[in-house]
Ligand binder design. Structure first.
Ligand SMILES: Nc1nc2c(ncn2[C@@H]2O[C@H](COP(=O)(O)OP(=O)(O)OP(=O)(O)O)[C@@H](O)[C@H]2O)c(=O)[nH]1
Ligand SMILES: [Mg+2]
Length: 414
């Protein structure tokens, strides 16, 4: 029979009767299987992100509702130092830049906090040359002709200068002949102190009216620019307003060097063109210092001036120009001498004092120099106050010259 006609024919009933068991089985089993499949599908979709409200959560009761537990009284716990405790992250920076710390305060801090090696350490080499040799010479002896001869050699090779060595030797002969040799040390100590006390530097004192003008001279490499930088730092740290003048126009690098110091110290630097007229720079510096109501103006000069007479005469011109704009200027003319040059420093001082009035000395590089004894010769021959001594390259290494401290350091007494 045609299969389409089978479902419409009465035979269907006969077939159903014959296969009743099979039909019953299909009618019961198929809906059950369908229900099972539908349930599985529904569960799967829930577990992959279904409605959270259907998830079961177990949460602790709110703290306020928890029954209070009685605690024993707490023993005081010592607080560890803050540095050992992890500190909370600082709050994020405000959007605007913090105000920079004033340079003068930073410089003052640098100077105050820098370690200050003792003068005795810094003068060790000069001390060894001048005094150290006495140790082996004097022990257990009397002052006699032999000892005077040995002492003469020691003094004449200690860079004191001939006249000074002679005067010290005369004093020993006069006061100690026949005495215990140890007396020689005391005599030298006292004689050198007397000489240096006469030139103990006065502090450069700014004048009341207008800027105090300091002109700085010295041969090539003696330490002028470095000393100016250190000096400016000292004044800035005291709260003084300083203007620097780059009067060494012979080398472009010299102008740059002073400008670097100006930046470090935070003060204005007046500079001209390399090769320009140093007197014009000096003049501009004083004008700028007056306009800025500065307390101090310090003017650098070229070391090459010493080598040629016309250039040395230039110094006189600088001084005249300064005085024209500000009566009394320069108020100080400092001559910077490198102690390593020994007796040569004495001839330099002679040369400079011939062309201009030097009011103060700065003796540099005493650290590392064995020829610092020249300070005694300078004191003896010129009687010019020693304002400062340079004992290193750092900003805080320019010290006031104090005779007693200096002599004690030389004789290993402090
Ligand atoms: N150890 C030591 N070095 C110093 C001292 N003073 C200056 N100096 C060094 O000496 C060198 C020359 O110093 P400057 O300041 O450039 O000398 P200057 O007299 O200006 O030299 P010119 O500009 O060439 O005439 C630099 O290297 C300084 O750091 C000091 O007291 N101790
Ligand atoms: Mg210089």
């Amino acid at each position: 029979m045609d299969s389409n006609l089978f479902w419409l024919s009465p035979d269907i009933f006969a077939w159903l009767r014959e296969n009743a068991r099979l039909v019953a089985f299909v009618l019961i089993l198929v809906p059950g299987l369908l229900a099972l499949v539908v349930e599985r599908l529904t569960r799967g979709s829930l577990s992959q992100g279904g409605d959270a409200s259907e998830a079961v959560t177990v949460s602790a009761p709110p703290l306020a509702e928890a029954a209070p537990v009685p605690q024993p009284p707490a023993a005081p716990v010592p607080k560890p130092p803050a540095a050992l405790v992890p500190q909370p992250e600082p709050a994020s920076e405000p959007a605007s830049e913090p105000a920079p710390e004033p340079v003068a305060e930073v410089v003052a801090e640098v100077i105050a906090e820098a370690p200050k090696p003792s003068l005795r350490d810094r003068l060790a080499r000069t001390s060894e040359t001048l005094v150290g040799r006495l140790g082996g010479m004097l022990g257990g002896r009397k002052v006699d002709a032999d000892l005077i001869e040995e002492l003469e050699v020691a003094l004449f090779t200690a860079d004191l200068g001939v006249a000074t060595a002679e005067s010290l030797l005369d004093r020993v002969k006069k006061e100690a002949t026949g005495a215990d040799a140890e007396r020689v040390r005391e005599i030298l100590h006292d004689a050198i102190l007397e000489k240096l006390l006469r030139v103990e530097g006065r502090q450069v004192a700014p004048l009341a009216d207008g800027p105090h003008v300091i002109l700085v001279l010295g041969v090539n490499g003696s330490g002028k620019t470095t000393s100016i930088g250190k000096l400016a730092a000292r004044y800035a740290a005291e709260g003084k307003k300083v203007v620097l003048g780059a009067g060494d126009t012979f080398r472009a690098a010299a102008i740059d060097q002073l400008q670097v110091w100006g930046e470090r110290v935070g003060c204005e630097v007046i500079a001209g063109q390399p090769g320009g007229d140093p007197a014009a720079v000096a003049f501009d510096t004083v004008k700028a210092a007056i306009a800025a109501e500065a307390d101090i103006a310090i003017i650098d000069t070229a070391g090459q001036l010493q080598t040629k007479k016309p250039l040395m005469e230039e110094l006189g011109k600088i001084a005249r120009v300064l005085g024209r704009d500000l009566p009394g200027a320069p108020h100080e003319t400092l001559l910077v001498l490198d102690s390593n040059t020994g007796q040569n420093a004495i001839s330099q001082a002679r040369l400079f004092t011939e062309v201009t009035t030097v009011t103060g000395l700065v003796l540099t590089k005493l650290d590392g120099s064995a020829k610092g004894g020249v300070i005694v010769g300078l004191a003896d021959e010129f009687g010019i106050p020693v304002h400062f001594v340079g004992v290193g390259e750092s900003i805080e290494d320019l010290r006031d010259f104090q005779a007693e401290e200096f002599v004690d350091a030389l004789f290993g007494e402090n």
